[in-house]
Design a protein around this ligand. Structure first.
Ligand SMILES: Nc1ncnc2c1ncn2[C@@H]1O[C@H](COP(=O)(O)OP(=O)(O)OP(=O)(O)O)[C@@H](O)[C@H]1O
Ligand SMILES: [Mg+2]
Length: 231
């Protein structure tokens, strides 16, 4: 039996037959505002509550703001950090061509802190504008993902911002290299916009292929596996 990592997000694990297979590197893709960062905060905070060391690398959102925003969902990331169970790093996106400095900082954090759960949010901020040459960008993504996958003890979520109407995640090779792909997206129901989650791929487990209702509540992301949606 593959070891499972419980997400801490109500309803999510039953889409994956019990949780993300341990050690997987998973892309969490979606448009702005779909709840990706909230999901990641719940995922890490659940791990820390279980006594695991967790790492959040914020590449865009300011650390203090992120912590304050997540407090509104009852997530006390400050407290986890004070207990040494979580590390929150704010690494601003470097100018084009200097991404390697960020990769070194991330690698150092993995080596020193040894997290069993990690999140890079948004990972896609690192991979845009590396180079106008597509094969250079893909080579960078390849080496970064190989490095992250080598930490077999860590189950990692890479957040990918996806623009409206885009059908490709990242530079193209992320989808093949990642062990899993989870997509959050908007659906229109009459005039109302609702959110859905879909597991596109997850190595090491059987999983749902349906669009499932996702809601952001006062307690964070809640998924109702019994509510399947049609597009
Ligand atoms: N108390 C709340 N109740 C319901 N929904 C909320 C609440 N607070 C925030 N939201 C929703 O959560 C969304 C933000 O979630 P989150 O920051 O996780 O999104 P994201 O996918 O990470 O976005 P981005 O791509 O901009 O980083 C807001 O757009 C809003 O719709
Ligand atoms: Mg976000």
């Amino acid at each position: 039996m593959t070891e499972r990592v419980p997400s801490g997000v109500p309803g999510f694990d039953s889409l994956l037959d019990g949780g993300i297979p341990a050690g997987n590197v998973v892309l969490l893709a979606g448009r702005a505002g779909t709840g990706k960062s909230i999901f990641c905060a719940q995922y890490l905070s659940h791990g820390s509550k279980l006594g695991e060391k967790t790492l959040y690398v914020s590449l865009v959102e300011d650390k203090g703001r992120f912590i304050r925003n997540m407090k509104r969902f009852g997530l006390d990331l400050d407290d986890m950090e004070a207990k040494g169970l979580m590390k929150i790093l704010n690494i601003p996106i470097p100018p084009a061509g200097q991404q390697n400095t960020v990769v070194e900082q991330i690698a150092k954090a993995f080596d020193e802190f040894k997290p069993s759960r990690a999140v890079l949010d948004p990972f896609s901020a690192l991979t845009i504008s590396i180079s106008s040459n597509k094969s250079d960008s893909q080579a960078f993504v390849h080496s970064l993902l190989s490095n992250l996958s080598s930490h077999e003890y860590c189950t990692t979520i890479l957040v990918c911002e996806v623009g409206a109407g885009a059908d490709q995640i990242g530079t193209g090779i992320e989808e093949y290299m990642a062990d899993g792909i989870v997509v959050f997206y908007y659906l229109m129901r009459g005039k109302a916009k609702i959110k859905a989650v879909e597991i596109r791929k997850m190595r090491g487990t059987k999983h749902s292929n349906q669009a499932i209702l996702l809601e952001i509540t006062e307690e964070g992301i809640v998924i109702d596996p019994d509510i399947e949606l049609t597009s």
